[in-house]
Each structure stands twice: as structure tokens, then as C-alpha cells.
Design a protein. Structure first.
Length: 233
């Protein structure tokens, strides 16, 4: 991997050990000529790839200075769309996004450290210079939605102030369970060992480690907790 691209990924929050653990190959074929002419880079680790349909839509519209690193075979990914120049995407090994959709806008970042298991239709959306950074050991149930922004402007008519998030930053700590149809949006920091309940919304909040949160907006309903992938009494 080119050193400038490595540093770009590190600046986006990718851990050095995650990069060093994999052997990266820059994709030279299967992308249009403009992809290379515009200083874009797509890297895949050994055994990793993007489905042809995903790659075709990724490279449908020209953009510049995009860096993407794919560390897992993404056969279950539905789409990876880049919405502008200087987008950065990192999908680590052991990332499974079943029927997943990723959007990364201009000057934005999506970084998923593995393992991540998303059981069905996760939607990940970073835009307007925002970022989504996930530390790994994740379980996401069906219909999870992570978005830095609302995609439209909500304005106070008197002051003209924007009321909803713009270019927000989301960080999920290690060992996080997002239950079915959980929503994480705006400036959010979720600590380690957290469970976000069914159809709950974490919006513009800081969630303490080792808690269960639920509701709209989410609130702490239990403290000093942990969770396990095992379904045992």
C-alpha cells in the first residue's frame, strides 16, 4: 500500500495493526481509466473483493482522491457508493454486512474494524465531512441505521440556524450490540460493552460503557452490564 494512502487511512482512525495484519493489493483492472487518472485508489486484501455489481456502481460517476480498502470478501454487500472527492472507506477483515448499503460523501470517512456481524440490511451513511468509526466486536441486528446527517436541512425560521446535524462524527466502542432497527445519528459516542435496544434512537448523545440504553431518545435503563453472543440461560 502506498505510504500516503496508509497515512490517509490512519488519519481516518484505522489502527496500524489492522493495516499491518493484511497484505494489500491495489486494484488495477476492472475500473475505468478515469479512476486512476483522478488519483483514486482501491485496495483489497488477500481473499477480499467487491461484487462486480457493487464495483460498477462505485465507479459510475467520476470523483477524485478517493481511498478505499476492503479487507473481507464482501459477497453480501448490496452497494458501496461514493458521493464526492476525498472520501475514505476501510472495511476490515471479518466484516459481514448482509444486504448492506454504504454511502460515503465528499471529505467523509467510514471505518469499520472487525469483527462486525450485521445480520440484515445495515445502512451506513457518512456525509458533509462527517465520519463513522467502529472499533470492532460488533453485533448488529436487522435494519440498523447509522447516519452522520439527516440529508436535509431543518432551519429555525427566525434565526436561520440549522437545527439538525451536519458533518457529524459517530464512534462505536468495542463490543457493541445494536438491536433490531436501532438508529444512531448525529454526533454520537457509544462506549464499550453497550447494548442499544430494539428500535431505539441514539442521537447527539454520549453513551457510557457497560450499559443498556433504550427508547427515543435513548436513555440508560441498566448499568454495569455485559452481553454475549451465546444465547444461554
Amino acid at each position: 500500500m502506498h505510504e500516503a494512502h496508509r497515512e490517509r487511512l490512519r488519519s481516518a482512525g484505522v489502527r496500524a495493526e489492522a493495516l499491518d495484519a493484511l497484505t494489500w493489493t491495489r486494484v488495477e483492472h476492472g475500473v475505468p481509466d478515469w479512476w486512476h487518472d483522478c488519483d483514486n485508489a482501491l485496495y483489497v486484501a488477500e481473499g477480499a473483493y467487491l461484487p462486480e455489481s457493487v464495483l460498477a456502481h462505485l465507479t459510475l460517476f467520476p470523483m477524485r482522491d478517493v481511498v478505499i480498502a476492503i479487507g473481507s470478501p464482501m459477497e453480501h454487500l448490496t452497494s458501496l457508493l461514493v458521493g464526492g472527492d476525498r472520501a475514505t472507506v476501510f472495511l476490515d477483515r471479518d466484516v459481514v454486512l448482509t444486504a448492506g448499503e454504504i454511502y460515503c460523501g465528499a471529505d467523509s470517512q467510514v471505518v469499520l474494524h472487525g469483527p462486525v456481524v450485521a445480520t440484515r440490511q445495515p445502512l451506513i451513511d457518512a456525509r458533509n465531512g462527517g465520519s463513522i468509526l467502529v472499533d470492532g466486536d460488533q453485533l448488529w441486528a436487522a435494519g440498523v441505521y447509522l447516519a452522520t446527517d439527516d440529508m436535509h436541512r431543518l432551519t429555525d425560521r427566525t434565526t436561520g440556524e440549522r437545527l439538525n446535524p451536519f458533518g457529524a462524527h459517530i464512534r462505536l466502542g468495542r463490543h457493541v450490540w445494536l438491536c433490531r432497527e436501532a438508529v444512531v445519528t448525529g454526533h454520537v459516542e457509544i462506549g464499550d460493552d453497550v447494548c442499544v435496544g430494539l428500535r431505539s434512537m441514539v442521537r447527539g448523545q454520549k453513551v457510557p460503557s457497560r450499559t443498556v440504553v433504550a427508547g427515543v431518545p435513548a436513555r440508560v435503563v441498566r448499568e454495569d452490564t455485559t452481553w454475549s453472543f451465546d444465547d444461554t440461560p
